[in-house]
Design a protein around this ligand. Structure first.
Ligand SMILES: NC(=O)C1=CN([C@@H]2O[C@H](COP(=O)(O)OP(=O)(O)OC[C@H]3O[C@@H](n4cnc5c(N)ncnc54)[C@H](OP(=O)(O)O)[C@@H]3O)[C@@H](O)[C@H]2O)[C@H](O)CC1
Ligand SMILES: [K+]
Length: 535
């Protein structure tokens, strides 16, 4: 797993490295080397380097020098003369580079800038990095749209200029990068808010060879899950299993209004490897679900007058629950008094539990204000996995706004820290999903746009429940198990898009390709771990 840092954590890390004997000036030289190496991959003959006033600009000046030594024509565009740069280390490298074989253009007009950029094969964006805040001021507010309009390949240093490295917010304008070389460790803003939209392909510049020895001493905002991290998470399928010992899931879901959610969650759980899946659903929709799922037993429990779980459903489901390796509750159930009783009862059982969709909305109504104020409601011994999207997560923490990765992580941490249990994990779903446990925040591979379709969350909930059931509790890190489930879901998005076209994917397509998605996840993990693949 690769740590992802906030801006403050990055500064702490730089200080730590300096104390170990590597100066910030030396880090800037390595940053410039990493940026130059990424630009050189485009095999350019002519490069334009846009530099700002700070150290991000310093990295650009170093890169310009290296690229010109490789025989590439380099134009450096700066808002001020090298001598006027305030940061001593950036000023030093700027003056050094200006004395070499590069063309330096200071303070060009918009038209001059466009004509310089038009000659370049690749542009290096070293305007603004982690020191940027607020709205982009002139002249960069003129440079950035002019650059974007040309549509050239752009490599950004550390973060695309205009992106807030902490929040991923773009207030006014931001460089649309083809690639970003982030320095030392990825910045959280690249994965949050609008970061993924602007950053292009993210690689990390290795500036310090002993990073592994010091990074543990700096707290980090999150960790990126790499394919190889999942190499131990492929459930075996030994020949001596039966349908029960493979892992059983009870899906408590559906209502007369939303029977389809129960169908998708149950089918996804079965396709994701659970040997025995049963649906408990209100009587009102039980027959419909039976017809749709011939391979799944469907137990009808008392409905209310609207065809949702009624008051007597809770005790009926509690009786059933303890016979299963995992219970998934929520898809399509709607929020009713019966549903709230049901969720309360399930939280009291000792069966691993996944709460999704309206089970989360029921849960948020079990307390006034944020549910984290009354953690006894959801604190339990057995694993509890919550799978909220931003709105559901916001309701769980007393309607505090949750609108980007950072605020989602914060809200999820409130919940897990209040309960203080290793067995509680929040899968905070969004364009970038975070998996939040007491000690870890993991960022699994983000999924393709094809996953943004109704029912996609029901499918993910089914995959999570199946993997919990299949593991039979033999798991030392629930966050990684959830990352595996999210990765399978993402690969299903890719596989379904390849078959159907990205715009056409619907949730049932994801279920149909789950087998292929599990194979893809496994193959990628083995390849990343350097394990030879058979034919
Ligand atoms: N992580 C590492 O190990 C290393 C990172 N390096 C690089 O350094 C930058 C951070 O450098 P810093 O000097 O702190 O900040 P920036 O260069 O990103 O930006 C500061 C300048 O930007 C101006 N600024 C700030 N906000 C705005 C705005 N809204 N509009 C226009 N200009 C803005 C600011 O001007 P002030 O007037 O506010 O002072 C500064 O001039 C990091 O990202 C890496 O690229 C080092 O190479 C060392 C290794
Ligand atoms: K930049």
């Amino acid at each position: 797993m690769k740590p992802v840092l906030s801006v403050e954590e990055t500064l702490r890390l730089e200080d730590l490295i300096e104390r170990e004997g590597t100066s910030k000036a030396a880090l800037m030289e390595h940053a410039g080397e990493a940026a130059a190496a990424r630009v050189a991959q485009y095999k350019p003959q002519h490069v334009a380097v846009l530099v700002g006033f700070g150290n991000n600009g310093g990295d650009g000046w170093v890169a310009a020098d290296i690229l010109s030594h490789q025989g590439i024509a380099v134009d450096v565009v700066s808002p001020i003369e090298p001598n006027e740069i305030k940061s001593p280390i950036a000023r030093h490298v700027a003056r050094r580079t200006a004395g070499r074989d590069v063309r330096v253009i200071v303070g060009p007009s918009r038209d001059e800038l466009v004509s310089i950029l038009s000659e370049a094969d690749v542009v290096l964006d070293a305007i603004l990095g982690t020191g940027f805040t607020g709205a982009v001021r002139p002249p960069f507010s003129i440079w950035i749209p002019a650059l974007n309009e040309l549509g050239l390949p752009v490599v950004s240093v550390d973060v695309p200029s205009g992106l807030n490295a902490e929040t991923g917010a773009v207030e006014t304008v931001c460089v649309e990068a083809t690639a970003t070389v982030t320095l030392l460790a990825p910045k959280i803003g690249l994965y949050s808010g609008e970061g993924p939209e602007y950053a292009g392909e993210i690689t990390c510049g290795q500036l310090y060879s002993h990073l592994d020895e010091v990074i543990g001493d700096v707290e980090h905002a999150a960790e990126i899950v790499e394919p190889a991290d999942l190499v131990d998470y492929f459930p075996d399928l030994p020949s001596n299993v039966n349908k029960y010992s493979r892992g059983s899931v009870l899906v408590v879901a559906g209502s007369a209004t939303y029977p389809g959610a129960a169908i998708m969650a149950a089918k996804a759980a079965a396709r994701a490897g659970a040997g025995y899946v049963t649906v408990a659903t209100p009587d009102a929709c039980a027959n419909l679900i039976r017809m749709a799922l011939p391979c799944v037993p469907v137990v009808g429990v008392p409905s209310d007058s609207r065809g949702a779980f009624g008051a007597a459903a809770a005790s009926a489901v509690r009786e059933l629950a303890h016979k299963f390796d995992c219970v998934l509750c929520g898809p399509g159930m709607t929020v009713t008094a019966g549903g709230m009783q049901l969720v309360t009862e399930l939280l009291r059982t000792d069966v691993p539990l996944v709460l999704d969709a309206d089970a989360l909305n029921c849960m948020s109504r079990l307390a006034i204000g944020g549910i984290e104020e009354t953690p006894e409601v959801y604190r339990r011994e057995a694993p509890l996995i919550l799978t909220p999207h931003n709105k559901e997560l916001s309701r769980l923490v007393g309607d505090e706004p949750v609108d980007d990765l950072g605020s989602a992580i914060e809200a999820a941490q409130k919940l897990v820290w209040a309960a203080g249990s290793d067995n509680l994990v929040v899968i905070a779903k969004g364009p970038s999903t975070a998996i939040v446990g007491v000690e870890k925040v993991l960022l699994p591979m983000s999924g393709p746009a094809s996953l943004a379709t109704a029912g996609s969350g029901d499918v993910l909930a089914g995959i999570v429940a199946a993997n919990i059931a299949v593991s039979h509790g033999d798991i030392d890190c629930w966050e990684l198990l959830c990352s595996y489930a999210v990765a399978v879901h993402s690969y299903a998005g890719h596989a379904a898009a390849a078959l159907m076209g990205e715009r056409s994917v619907i949730a049932t397509d994801l279920i149909d390709v789950l087998g292929e998605a599990m194979n893809l996840t496994e193959r990628e993990a083995l390849r990343d771990a350097g394990i030879e693949l058979g034919d």
